[in-house]
Design a protein around this ligand. Structure first.
Ligand SMILES: [Zn+2]
Length: 114
């Protein structure tokens, strides 16, 4: 898992990339937020995906240490996105409507007009 601010996600927190081994999501917060996601498995596609904004997780580090922590916002979102991959899901499996799926070119028009 890695995150750093960039043009596409200016509010992404900066963190060192880290290995998340045998992840588990222990609990989900009640608040759900829809936000845009993309994925290297689905080039040029974007979707507005509802996800809990807060999750409690457990995983092992590269050194075999057990970590339990609460993730919020962008980090909670990317953790859930990657966690889904381990279970054979991609973000378009989670959109509420096909109207929430757009091609990259449309996406750019939308975010630059927001
Ligand atoms: Zn992905």
């Amino acid at each position: 898992m890695a995150s750093q601010p960039n043009k596409r996600y200016p509010n992404a927190p900066k963190m060192q990339p880290k290995a998340i081994i045998n992840p588990k999501i222990l609990s989900y917060g009640d608040e759900v937020e829809k936000d845009w996601e993309g994925c290297l498995s689905l080039p040029n596609v974007r979707g507005k995906v509802p996800r809990p904004t807060k999750i409690e997780v457990r995983y092992l580090t590269q050194n075999g240490e057990v970590v339990e922590e609460v993730l919020e916002g962008f980090l909670a979102r990317i953790f859930q996105h990657e966690f889904d991959h381990l279970n054979g899901k991609v973000f378009i499996d989670r959109v509420e409507s096909t109207l929430d799926i757009v091609m990259e070119r449309e996406y750019r028009k939308i975010i630059y007009s927001e």
